[in-house]
Design a protein around this ligand. Structure first.
Ligand code: FAD
Ligand code: UDP
Length: 368
C-alpha cells in the first residue's frame, strides 16, 4: 500500500491548510474525513442557487494582512460586512453595542450622554474585578443592555447561567461610541464570492482524499505514515479514558420561504429567553444572491450528546484541566499533531485556525 509523510484527519480548515502547505513542500499527504464533503464546518451547500452555510453562518474577518492575502490568493471575497440586528420581544436594536444601540435603548444622542448613562449604570452594580460573564457584562455596559441583549441570548447559547460562564466569551463583542454597526473591529471582512467550497477544492487539489472515512473505523491508516495531523475531538483520540470533555450542540432548522426577502439582514439575533432559537440566518444576503425565494435557518442551541456534532468547546476550569491532561498524554506518543477548534479545544475563528495551521506546518518543516 502507498505510504505517506502525513495522514491528516479532518478536511476542515486546519487540515486543508496543512495539506496544501505540506504538499507544496513536497510532502505526501492523505486527507480523510468522516463526512461526505470537504470544508468541515465552513462547508456551503448550494440550494436553489443560494449558498447555505450548512453548519452555521461563517463570516471571514481578520486584521492580519498576511492571512487576508493568503485566503485571497485562492478565492475572491465580496464586501459583505456583518450588521446583525437584535430582536428583543419585537423591538429591534443594532449590534454590536454602539451609538445606535444606546439611542434605541435610552434615546441618548451624543457619545458623552451615552457614556454618562453607562457609567451610572455600571457604578450602580459595584463590581470589582469581574469573575464571570454576568459581572463582566454588567461592568462593561450596565444592566439595561445586559438584560435586553446579553442575558437571554447567552444563557440559551451556553445552556447555563451567565454567572457560571467565563468573562472572555463576551469580550468578543465590540463596544463603541460611534454610529458604527459593523459587528467586527477587524480591518478585513467578507464572504467568498460563490461560497467557501472553492477554497477547499483549491487547498486539497494536490493531495489524496478519502471522504466517508472515520479514522476510528480505519485505524490501519495510521500504519501508512509516521505523523498524523488530527483535527477531531481530542478525548475521542484516547477513547475518553480520562473522562469526557463537554461541548455545546446546535440544531439547524433550514426552510425555504416564498419571499425574496424574509428579514432584510443575513443575521437577526433573538435575545429574549422566551424565544427558543438564538438567531435566524438568511443566507442570500451574504452574497446578495438574486432569487424569488429565500432560505433561512433557525439556530437552536442544544445539549451535546455523544455522536452529535460538537460545535462549541465549553472552556470552564474542569474542561480546561481535563484538556491539558489529554494533551500531555498525546504529546508523549510523538505520533499526533493536534490542530483546529476541536483538537485544541478552543473557540477559534477561521483566521486564527489558518494562522495556527501555517505555524504548525512551518514548525514541522523546520524539524524535518
Ligand atoms: P472543523 O471545521 O470542525 O473540521 C474538522 C473536520 O474533522 C470535520 O470535517 C470533521 O468531520 C473531521 N473529523 C473529526 N473527527 C474525525 C474522524 N474521527 N475521522 C475523520 N474525520 C474527522 N469563524 C469565523 O471566523 N467566522 C464566523 O462567522 C464563524 N462562525 C461560526 C459559527 C458557528 C456556529 C461555529 C460552530 C463556528 C464558527 N466559526 C466562525 C469558527 C469556524 O467554524 C472554525 O474556525 C473552523 O471551522 C475550524 O476549522 P477546523 O478545521 O478546526 O474544524
Ligand atoms: N452575545 C450576546 N448577544 C448577542 C450576540 C452575542 O450576548 O446578541 C454573546 C454570547 O454570549 C455569545 C458571545 O457574545 O456566545 C459571542 O458572540 P458571537 O456572535 O461572537 O458568537 P458565535 O457567532 O461565535 O456563536
Amino acid at each position: 500500500m502507498k505510504t505517506y509523510d502525513y495522514l491528516i484527519v479532518g478536511a476542515g480548515l486546519f487540515g486543508s491548510v496543512c495539506a496544501y502547505e505540506l504538499s507544496r513542500a513536497s510532502k505526501s499527504c492523505l486527507v480523510i474525513d468522516k463526512r461526505n464533503h470537504i470544508g468541515g464546518n465552513v462547508y456551503c451547500e448550494s440550494v436553489n442557487g443560494i449558498n447555505v452555510h450548512k453548519y452555521g453562518a461563517h463570516i471571514f474577518h481578520t486584521s492580519n494582512k498576511t492571512i487576508w492575502d493568503y485566503v485571497n490568493s485562492f478565492i475572491e471575497f465580496n464586501r459583505y460586512t456583518n450588521y446583525p440586528i437584535a430582536n428583543f420581544k419585537g423591538k429591534l436594536f443594532n449590534l454590536p453595542f454602539n451609538m445606535n444601540t444606546f439611542y434605541q435603548m435610552w434615546g441618548t444622542i451624543t457619545p458623552d450622554a451615552a457614556k454618562a448613562k453607562i457609567e451610572a449604570e455600571v457604578a450602580r452594580e459595584k463590581i470589582g474585578e469581574p469573575k464571570n460573564l454576568e459581572e463582566k457584562a454588567l461592568s462593561l455596559v450596565g444592566r439595561d443592555i445586559y438584560e435586553t441583549l446579553i442575558k437571554g441570548y447567552t444563557e440559551k447559547q451556553w445552556g447555563c447561567k451567565c454567572s457560571e460562564l467565563p468573562p472572555f466569551i463576551i469580550s468578543r463583542l465590540p463596544l463603541r461610541f460611534t454610529f458604527d454597526n459593523n459587528y467586527f473591529n477587524d480591518r478585513y471582512q467578507g464572504i467568498p464570492i460563490g461560497g467557501y467550497n472553492k477554497l477547499f477544492e483549491k487547498l486539497l487539489s494536490n493531495v489524496d482524499l478519502k471522504l466517508n472515512c472515520d479514522f476510528f473505523d480505519n485505524k490501519e491508516l495510521a500504519n501508512l505514515t509516521k505523523r498524523i495531523i488530527y483535527t477531531g475531538p481530542i478525548d475521542r483520540l484516547l477513547d475518553f479514558k480520562l473522562g469526557r470533555l463537554e461541548y455545546r450542540g446546535l440544531h439547524f432548522d433550514t426552510r425555504i420561504e416564498k419571499t425574496d426577502n424574509f428579514q432584510g439582514s443575513a443575521v437577526v439575533n433573538y435575545t429574549s429567553s422566551t424565544v427558543p432559537y438564538t438567531r435566524i440566518i438568511e443566507h442570500k444576503h451574504f452574497e446578495s444572491t438574486p432569487s424569488n425565494e429565500t432560505i433561512i435557518t433557525y439556530e437552536y442551541p442544544k445539549r451535546y450528546v455523544e455522536g452529535a456534532e460538537p460545535y462549541y468547546p465549553i472552556n470552564n476550569p474542569r474542561n480546561d484541566a481535563l484538556y491539558a491532561n489529554y494533551e500531555n498524554e498525546i504529546k508523549k506518543t510523538h505520533k499526533f499533531i493536534l490542530g483546529g477548534r476541536l483538537a485544541t479545544y478552543k473557540y477559534l475563528d477561521m483566521h486564527c485556525v489558518i494562522q495556527s495551521a501555517l505555524e504548525t506546518v512551518n514548525a514541522l518543516l523546520k524539524n524535518n
